[in-house]
Write a protein that binds this ligand. Sequence first.
Ligand SMILES: *Cc1c(COP(=O)(O)O)cnc(C)c1O
Length: 377
Amino acid sequence: MEIPSDFVKKSTWNKVLNYIALSDELPPYLLVDKDVMKEKVDVIGKNIKNSRVFYAVKANPDIEVLRFLNSLGTGFEIASEGELQILASLGVEPDRIITSNPVKTFKFLEYAADYGVNYFAYDSVVEVEKLAKYAPKSNVYVRLSVPNEGSEWPLSKKFGVELDTASELLVYAKEKGLNPVGITFHVGSQCNNVYNWNTAVDKARDLWDSAEQNGIRLKMLNIGGGYPIRYTKNVVDIETIEKKVNKAIYQKFPNDIDIFIEPGRAVVGDAGIFVCTVIGKAVRGDENWLYIDVGVFNGLMESVGGIKYTYIVGSRNEPKTWTISGPSCDSFDVIDKEVELPEPEIGNRILILSSGAYTISYASEFNGFSIPKTILI
Ligand SMILES: *Cc1c(COP(=O)(O)O)cnc(C)c1O
C-alpha cells in the first residue's frame, strides 16, 4: 500500500505496514507510534512560558503508553485510584501528578493524598469540605466555567462555576485550611476555536483580581486540555494556539505565573492506528453496509458523539459510499455514515487513523467482543 493520506506520516505508515507484515498478532489491535508521541510531547508547552505539561491519563491509560511518556518526563493528570495505581506501579513521583476532576471519590482522595499528590481541582462547597478532610492543607485550584463553542467534544456543562461562585470558593478553601493556588478551565475537547482560550484567559484574569481583593494571591493558571488533532480535516496547529494563548496570558498575568497544561487527545490521538478486519458487507435499502471488527463498544465510542475518522483500505476498486458498522448485535453500533471508500473484500484489513485517544480507554467487552490490544511501535 502506498501512503494513503497526508494525515499519516511516512515513517509511521512504514512502521505500521512492517508490523502487519511481520507480526503473528491477529487484528484487531491498536498500534501506537512512539515517535509521534515524542514529537507531540516535544511541541506541547514549548510556546507557553513557565509551562508544565500533565498528560490527561484518561485519553489512553495503557501501561506501555504511560511508561513511555514517563520516560520522557511528562507530568500526569488523573481522576481515579485506578489511574493512580498504574502511575504508582511505574514509580511516578507525586510531584508530577495533579488531579483536575472537580468531584472525586473518597477512596481516590484518600489514596492520592496518601501517595503525596498535592494539586486538586474543585468547584463546589462540598468538595472543599472533602478536601479539607482527606487532603488537609493541600494546594487547590478552582474550575471556572468557560465557553466550549467550536469544540467537537464539549465538556462545559458538567463542571465549572461562574466568577462570583469561583471567588467565594477560593475564600472558602482558605477558611478551611487549604491552600488556594490557582484557577483551571477546560475549553472543550477537540477545540478548533482559538478564541475559546482567549475568552477563558480573560475570565480567569477577572477571577484572579477578585481573589486578590479578598486577600488571596494566586500563582497558577491551569489551561486544561482541548488541543485538536487531524481526524478528517485540518485543524489549527498546537504552535499557533500556544503562541496566541501565551500572548493572552502574559498581556494580563504576572510574569512569574506557573502555567499547567493538560493535553490528552493531542498527545496520543495521532499516534494511534487501529488495524481492523472487514467481516461483512450488505446492501440494506439504498445503503451499502460495511461491518468491521472494531465498533462503538470495543474502541470507537467517540464516533457516536460525532468524531469522524479516516479509514484506509488496500483495495483499488471503484469508491462506493458506505455505512460503517461495528461487530456487535446492537443497532447503536454504527461508527460512520456516508464514507467514500473503494470496495474492500471480506477479510481485508481496514486501518483507522488518529485513533490513539479515547478509544481503548472507552472500550468494553460488550457482546463478547474483546478489547483490542495496544502495541507500541
Ligand atoms: C479530559 C481532560 C483533559 C484532556 O482533554 P483533551 O481534550 O483530551 O486534551 C484535561 N483536563 C481535564 C480536567 C480533563 O477532564
